[in-house]
Design a protein around this ligand. Structure first.
Ligand SMILES: NC(=O)c1ccc[n+]([C@@H]2O[C@H](COP(=O)([O-])OP(=O)(O)OC[C@H]3O[C@@H](n4cnc5c(N)ncnc54)[C@H](O)[C@@H]3O)[C@@H](O)[C@H]2O)c1
Ligand SMILES: NC(=O)c1ccc[n+]([C@@H]2O[C@H](COP(=O)([O-])OP(=O)(O)OC[C@H]3O[C@@H](n4cnc5c(N)ncnc54)[C@H](O)[C@@H]3O)[C@@H](O)[C@H]2O)c1
Lengths: 204, 204
């Protein structure tokens, strides 16, 4: 079974490839091109791409469109994802307004909050529902991913409700570690991680 | 030279280790413990840890505190980082209020905006300066990292000014790809990446 790191690298290659294609209008690419763009070793790139059946031609590389198609297919980009944002504060609102989600077939279809001043509002044409209606809206709108941007104190409770409502995955931004034995999938995100990566690169 | 992926994995191990230590109060740990926590291969863990001189004892594993110290040292966590946030909108405000930065010795010391309603305010005891004062404040407060959370249209211009002001690294959240030939370091962050990781895990 493919490691989580390979999946993340393949996702990174697909985005790098789209960037390169958009900026340079190339039709062919070498693993070394992708590798140097990302500051990594090209052997790793070739290894990962061979996992999705892309072996390339020695010295010639890969056809960009063919590689992009294989990556898009591997990453299930044709599967529409309906998402709900729980907690429409500063971070939740920023996510509600973030346009690039759509180009990856990720659609925010509902917001939820407990604050009566926010409930009933439309932000970017998305309705903010009362959290009471969570289970009903998750089912009615076929929401597969719940995003937690509530205060830390509310996060576990909301995660439990999302699990019971049947979401397939949770993306948690609150500063607590959320994990379930089996389902749903949980991605815990801490943006300070990127600041630490930057610090290492500054001082090495 | 160590690959960017190894650095990211080592950072992940350090955080995983801190979580395990906090929750389980263990003094020893095996590479398989870290690996299963992260759903990855333990060989990769041992390889990465050997890079920082941690070889472990066969069958006995590593001493948690010793391993954490080695990781903290490798990651330069003792180096205080001063950060500025450019663009105090929804996302910028959320970052200004995010407490966990401090435990990693990352300190937000200034905000900048162009909106007169925001300039002069204090958010979490951090002053919002006019962008005109960028160069002066960056020097005066010894700011090493600039975070871009402005609209897309302002991002490149702000990045150039940060570069000329002498920041060592930029963390860019605006949906444009920013990159300099040599310096400063730039981390481009697109949160939709995590939604795509979740989608893959849902459908595989
Ligand atoms: N992971 C990261 O890097 C990162 C960065 C910034 C903020 N955060 C975290 O994201 C969360 C939100 O941050 P923010 O600055 O937007 O906070 P905020 O206070 O501006 O927003 C929180 C929102 O959640 C709502 N809320 C409270 N309880 C709720 C519940 N039970 N159900 C639904 N909504 C509820 C509030 O009414 C408010 O609108 C916090 O936990 C914060 O620590 C994480
Ligand atoms: N990377 C991601 O995953 C992600 C997620 C959400 C939002 N974003 C991006 O982050 C940025 C901010 O999003 P938001 O929702 O907070 O937007 P926002 O409109 O709420 O905030 C933008 C702020 O920048 C200020 N500003 C405008 N021009 C400026 C300049 N030249 N210098 C300094 N400040 C300036 C505005 O006055 C405003 O306060 C946008 O580019 C958005 O696309 C990225």
């Amino acid at each position: 079974k493919i490691s989580n790191f390979s999946i993340e690298r393949l996702l990174l290659y697909s985005r790098t490839l789209s960037d390169i294609k958009r900026n340079q209008k190339v039709t062919k690419i070498l693993s070394t091109d992708i590798a140097s763009f990302l500051n990594i070793d090209s052997t790793q790139v070739r290894k990962d791409l061979s996992y999705i059946g892309k072996l390339g031609k020695r010295g010639l590389g890969y056809f960009v469109d063919s590689l992009l198609n294989a990556l898009n297919s591997f990453l299930y980009r044709d599967k529409k994802i309906n998402t709900a944002i729980l907690g429409i504060g500063k971070l939740g609102s920023a996510l509600l307004g973030y346009q690039p989600f759509q180009k990856y077939n990720i659609h925010i279809v509902a917001g939820f909050d407990v604050n009566p001043n926010k409930i009933g509002n439309r932000l970017n044409n998305i309705i903010i529902y009362p959290v009471d209606e969570l289970e009903y809206i998750i089912k009615a709108k076929n929401i597969q991913i719940g995003v937690i941007t509530t205060p830390e104190s509310a996060a576990f409770g909301i995660a439990e409700r999302l699990k019971n409502a049947g979401v397939k995955a949770i993306i948690n931004f609150a500063p607590v570690f959320i994990s379930f034995a089996d389902k749903p999938i949980v991605e815990n995100i801490d943006l300070s991680y990127f600041f630490e990566i930057a610090r290492y690169k500054i001082f090495r």
